[in-house]
Design a binder for this molecule. Structure first.
Ligand SMILES: [Fe+2]
Ligand SMILES: [Fe+2]
Length: 335
């Protein structure tokens, strides 16, 4: 008996030594890959904190794409022409695709899509605060495409070089589609801005409402963003929140002139000393309120997502039954 216990203890000690060695080798390889600005792939060893950070970021990103379909899907049936309807439908479908790539990327980190969806509909997961604002008029389709997808591009282009392979690769395709989204938004606003005075006013009103929430999409100011520094050290993030926000303001300031509209911020200026664009103060209190679930549409967005998930139960069941049938057939052929 005693000899057995001794053998077990010895084998446990050997296992734990082997694991320590593996971790040390894994960490050394991870450090080298990050230093070389190369890529970590799903089967590579990675620190737990790196996995956790990515899982949080990618799943939040996936949820944002899926919840982000709602404010625009709401306008598909009310688009002013068949052409506009077709374009908007394609755009909303793209967002569903982005969500799916991103859920797949997150799954490579060891979390199931079912679990991520369950967390979202239980109100436990976060998504971008911007999608908790209502889309009140047709011009909002323009402002969302131009400002919200525009901010998304600014944020996501550097993510194409993220150190985690599946995330970076998903971002390449996502960014191509986001460029189309931004252009379609810009074009809606351009047409309205050159329409009747009422249409121009509607476009201006939409820009006024979406401007500040779009700027807040880059996240809190750098001195209030505790995880940013580590994300940058891991080559997930390449630029700070404030840096990206400043770039975005610089882009929008040029484009709004072409639109013949204005940005609702009299404090925008180019700082010659820092060579950066600056903007007026943002209401971070509002940002935190919306993030905490107290924005204008949070409850509605989650409720709709829950309903859609329930409505889709039969599709998931049918797909699973079909897959089981197919795999049985394959086995029969093989036999
Ligand atoms: Fe998207
Ligand atoms: Fe988009």
């Amino acid at each position: 008996m005693e000899a057995n216990a001794q053998r077990d203890a010895d084998s446990q000690a050997r296992d734990s030594q082997a694991k320590d060695r593996q971790d040390a080798d894994g960490q050394a390889n991870f450090d080298r890959v990050i230093k070389e600005d190369s890529r970590i792939e799903p089967k590579d060893w990675m620190p737990d904190a790196y996995r956790k950070t990515l899982l949080r970021q990618i799943s939040q990103h996936a949820h944002s794409e899926i919840i982000g379909m709602q404010p625009e899907a709401n306008w598909i049936s009310r688009a002013p022409s068949l052409k506009r309807k077709a374009i908007l439908m394609a755009k909303v479908q793209d967002e569903a695709g982005h969500g799916l790539y991103l859920y797949s990327a997150a799954e490579t980190l060891g979390q199931s899509r079912d679990k991520m969806t369950a967390d979202l509909i239980a109100g436990k997961a976060r998504y971008s605060s911007i999608f908790n604002y209502p889309a009140l008029t047709w011009a909002d389709m323009g402002a969302i495409g131009w400002l919200v997808d525009g901010a998304a591009i600014c944020n996501q282009v550097p993510l194409c070089r993220a150190s985690y392979g599946p995330y970076g690769r998903a971002m390449v395709r996502v960014c191509k589609e986001e460029s189309f989204h931004q252009r379609q938004g810009f074009e809606i606003l351009l047409e309205l801005a050159h329409g009747t005075p009422e249409q121009k006013q509607m476009a201006q009103d939409a820009v006024n409402r979406w401007y500040a929430p779009a700027l807040m999409m880059f996240g809190p100011p750098d001195d209030d963003s505790p995880n940013s520094r580590q994300s940058m050290a891991w080559n997930i993030k390449r630029f700070s929140n404030d840096e990206l926000r400043s770039r975005f303001v610089g882009m929008m300031v040029e484009q709004v002139r072409v639109l013949g509209l204005t940005l609702p911020d009299s404090e925008i200026r180019f700082n010659e000393d820092t060579k950066k664009w600056e903007h007026g103060p943002l209401d971070w209190n509002e940002f935190h309120e919306v993030l905490a679930g107290r924005g204008p549409c949070n409850a509605q967005r989650l409720e709709r997502r829950r309903e859609a998930h329930d409505d889709g139960a039969w599709v998931r069941e049918a797909a699973a039954a079909y897959a089981a049938k197919q795999s049985l057939k394959t086995k029969e052929y093989a036999a």
